[in-house]
Design a binder for this molecule. Structure first.
Ligand code: SF4
Length: 312
């Protein structure tokens, strides 16, 4: 098959993802070292939960617990509900999934239409009912946004070769203490052979520092699940066509263990009502369900607005 000529943006991504000539895999012992470190850190929680009612830990839950604990608890109490913004990311992932196996001409509009139809017709997709309930203008707005993201992906990401074994929505699960604490993840895109995988998070918004923490959690989970650390982590912003990468190192995995352990302890203490949640103001205040009754959050949001006004 002839080599596809890459445009400069695609070449940039390709250069950032390919295996450097001097790359050396991490020593195999790292897997057991990291596992021991995690088990040691969580030893005091060994009888707090059961396999029937485990503590479930995900990237999102770790991220919210490290943000504002009160917000985390409020979100846990509320049933998840879709909105146009959250469903956009899901539809982009679905469209990329279809793209990987698309045999005919890769027209973003056609692929996105198929993605929307596929989700609506699959009752196991949790966004199915929400998308089916949208009005025609709302579907058109969603379609336009997803077509934009998919077009960016096609234009800026190198075509994924089958030899790279690309997997979309790669699921990973790992349980400790007889499955009483369960870590799980669904990674947007994973490419590469075992032991040299690159885990890629596709973002429809801007890249923030917390994305590296998210990916380190994925690296930790993939290391424990597959018994081989991935090679590299990458966050790709579809809007900005920007890639942020980090090599998986022992230090990054140890940092992931510490952050995960800290978050799991906080989640466990709050789940068992051992203490009150701590409030921490941040960007999450803007969409927090407690904002109306939270003095600190309301003040923070007012300050944000003031800064915005000063910028005008
Ligand atoms: S408004 Fe902000 S500080 Fe207050 S509970 Fe919500 S996220 Fe926390």
């Amino acid at each position: 098959m002839p080599e596809v000529l890459l445009n400069p943006l695609q070449q940039e991504v390709m250069n950032a993802l390919k295996i450097p000539e001097d790359w050396v895999p991490l020593p195999a012992k790292i897997v057991t070292d990291i596992e021991e470190q995690l088990l040691d850190e969580l030893a005091d929680l060994s009888d707090w939960f059961t396999a029937d009612q485990p503590l479930r830990v995900s990237k999102h839950l770790l991220s919210t617990i490290h943000g504002c604990e009160a917000h985390h608890v409020a979100q846990q109490a509320e049933p998840f509900s879709w909105n146009i913004n959250t469903v956009r990311g899901t539809m982009v992932h679905k469209a990329v999934e279809l793209l990987l196996n698309w045999k005919s001409e890769q027209l973003p509009g056609s692929i996105v239409d198929s993605a929307i139809t596929s989700v609506i017709n699959n009752p196991r997709e949790s966004a199915s009912g929400f998308i089916a309930s949208l009005s025609e203008p709302e579907v058109a707005e969603l379609r336009g946004a997803v077509v934009g993201s998919l077009t960016n992906f096609l234009e800026c990401f190198p075509p994924l070769k089958p030899q790279w074994r690309p997997v979309v929505e790669h699921g990973a699960r790992y349980g400790v203490h007889h499955d009483s604490i369960v870590f799980s993840a669904r990674m947007d895109l994973v490419i590469g052979l075992p032991g040299r995988k690159v885990i890629i998070d596709l973002k429809t918004g801007r890249i923030t520092p917390t994305h590296r923490d998210d990916l380190r959690f994925y690296a930790l989970l993939e290391t424990l699940r597959s018994r081989q650390p991935p090679r590299r982590l990458a966050t790709y912003s579809l809007d900005a066509a920007r890639l942020d990468t980090e090599d998986v190192s022992e230090g990054a995995l140890q940092a992931a263990v510490r952050r995960t352990s800290h978050g799991v302890h906080a989640m466990a203490e709050l789940a068992k009502n051992k203490r009150s949640p701590i409030k921490r103001t941040g960007m999450q205040c803007k969409w927090c369900p407690l904002l109306d009754t939270c003095q600190e959050g309301a003040q923070f949001v007012r300050q944000l607005s003031g800064l915005d006004n000063d910028d005008l």
